[in-house]
Design a protein around this ligand. Structure first.
Ligand code: MN
Length: 232
């Protein structure tokens, strides 16, 4: 799945953190920062184009919101991990020790740099397919909800509000395990139905309860929702 570079130096540069360039290379400037700058623009462009072409009724305010969510640090860092770029980054010893390899800010920068390297090596189309592949799941979620936020808690809340129904109530119903390794169970009520979620924090458990509710409700009533809500 990973793009095959003709010019390996571009890939090397995209994977080189400044700290490594200064510590190990003669050329401190051989790092990913300029590539990152370019890649950031390419990612934003590709997402904008995707939103413009796929959601003809969406206004620019909404498109900006979704673009920001799709190009967020967390999403791009995840893309880096999926491509296995995290294992390939060249960091100084100090940066390595302080956990740089798993830091989202570095991982998202590396994904941006990687995209720019693919663009310079193989053109816009190649860069575009890397981005679309990496963001596929999130984009599917945006399509599924016709542009609603892909955070289940907000999605559920917005959905119920638009139907004129009360906002969902969350309740922690169980806390177990030792202090440093607690597990939480949260219950959310939507109408007369209850959904449960579990997680390592209250927030995580709420999120997974919201996901269960969302999938059950939206999955079952897809057609009704489409008429009543998404296209309304
Ligand atoms: Mn960046």
């Amino acid at each position: 799945m990973r793009y095959k570079f003709k010019n390996k130096e571009l890939l090397e540069r995209a994977l080189t953190h400044t700290s490594y360039a200064y510590e190990r290379l003669k050329d401190g400037k051989f790092n990913y920062e300029r590539l990152e700058f370019l890649g950031d623009s390419i990612i934003n462009f590709v997402i904008s184009k995707w939103l413009y072409n796929n959601f003809p009724e969406m206004d620019e305010g909404n498109m900006s919101k979704i673009k920001a969510a799709l190009a967020s640090k967390e999403v791009l860092a995840e893309a880096s991990r999926k491509l296995g770029l995290d294992d390939m980054i060249r960091l100084s010893k100090g940066e390595e020790k302080s956990g740089g390899r798993s830091r989202n800010s570095i991982l998202s920068d590396v994904f941006e740099a990687y995209v720019a390297a693919v663009f310079l090596d193989g053109g816009l189309e190649a860069a575009e397919s890397v981005i679309l592949e990496a963001l596929k799941e999130k984009m599917e979620m945006v399509s599924q909800t016709r542009g609603m936020p892909f955070d289940y808690r907000s999605a559920l809340q917005e959905y119920l509000m638009k139907l004129g129904l009360p906002v969902p109530q969350y309740e922690v119903i169980e806390e177990r395990g030792p202090q440093h390794r607690k597990r939480f169970t949260v219950k959310v009520c939507v109408g007369n139905k209850e959904f449960l979620g579990e997680g390592n924090s209250k927030k995580e458990a709420m999120y997974s309860a919201a996901k269960a509710a969302w999938e059950s409700i939206v999955g079952k009533e897809k057609e009704i929702i489409k008429d009543k809500f998404f296209l309304g």
